[in-house]
Design a protein around this ligand. Sequence first.
Ligand code: GDP
Ligand code: MG
Length: 453
Amino acid sequence: MAKESTIRTPIVCVMGHVDHGKTSLLDRIRGSSVVSTEEGAITQHIGATLVPIDAVTRMGGALSKVSVNVPGLLFIDTPGHHAFTTLRARGGALADMAIVVVDINEGFRPQTIEALQILRNYKTPFVIAANKVDRVPGWRVQENQPFLKTFAQQNERVQGILETKVYELVGKLSDLGFNSERFDRVSDFARNICIVPTSAITGEGLPDILMVLIGLAQRYMTESLKVSADGPGAGTVLEVKEERGLGMTLDLILYDGNLKVGDEIVVAGNDQIIETKVRSLLKPRPMSEILIEERFERVKSVTAAAGIKVAAPKLDGVIAGSPLRAVRSGNRDEVIEQVRREVQDIEVNLSDIGVIIRADTIGALEALSKELEGHQIQVMRATVGPVTRHDVIEAGTIKDPLYSAIIAFNTPVLPDAVDALADTAMSHVSIFEGGVIYQLIDDYVEWRDEKKQ
Ligand code: GDP
Ligand code: MG
């Protein structure tokens, strides 16, 4: 049987400055499902939301005339730069595209600029959501309407304010080297970044942003989205979680091929490669079935792109951010080698003496270690997961007290680690916790320089 290649659903990440509306935009997209039983309804995946193409066209964005061969859009439910940069697939970003949310009334803020720089580095296509248009003084809300329809309903003064604000964004983008335009004036997606005025609260402009994403996928990535739907599954682990009645499970974004119950799979653990077999594949139950006892629905197989929970034996120690590969037709050694190589690519340079670092995913660990390297701060051990008692004790025995520190990026400190730290024998050890790398490094450097004196 010939291997048929199909175009898979592109994976989309939402980025932008805090409070500009990332979470609200995702919530609104999730909530716009008309009736959950209807064909082509928006569905909840594990860690992601699927908007099928029918739902997009039904909403009627301004570009609905484009010939559509992309099956829909899969939105990663965790917004933010951190999610974007730490979720990897084959050495690049897991997300194929991004939405950069900017509050149209506030304009660009530091994290907006950081998001744009990241996207440029990864060469990831994106669209700007000029959000909170409903806050433009005098705006008359037209729930869920495409932008041009609602724009036509505004008076001239309001239209003028909006235009001015859009042009301020165009100017800022131009300073950063991006050509951009309001989306309805863009004819070539390769030349211009689309700016779509939206409201995450009223749903205005939402149909357009979805259509622009579909347009971007068609324009840029029909080649890279070609997958063989019957090929062996490849995915990225979002989270490793213990679930009642299921044991350890992996929340996975599958981005290639398919995964079946019984498939032999290979994933990366903290210090070894793990081989195991898929026991069950679980999807969240639709909202309407919430009264059913079981939270998850079992499926026999799943095809990319999808968010799925994988239950299997031996998942203890799997690291978030790890690649997962299915083994088919006896290419086991090759697959193990692939996973090993992918993880090694992200490996951190370690020294005999240095700080201990922790992060929530391998990608995050890499990002942190790169920055530390840039500041000539040596790392002795780098692992995924919360800070443990053992970490504290180890940090306590490091010969150079300037390195008796643990840097924890986006990951908690376990209670027994806190207890260990309270011990007078460990009084020279410090833990630096937080979600911003630069801040963590500044804090550590300040502590170290004080100690030096
Ligand atoms: P995030 O930090 O980027 O995820 O931002 P949130 O989605 O949490 O939004 C921050 C605040 O802005 C919340 O109070 C939202 O209700 C509000 N907000 C977000 N989008 C809009 C919008 O389009 N219009 C209005 N009026 N408020 C919004
Ligand atoms: Mg948020």
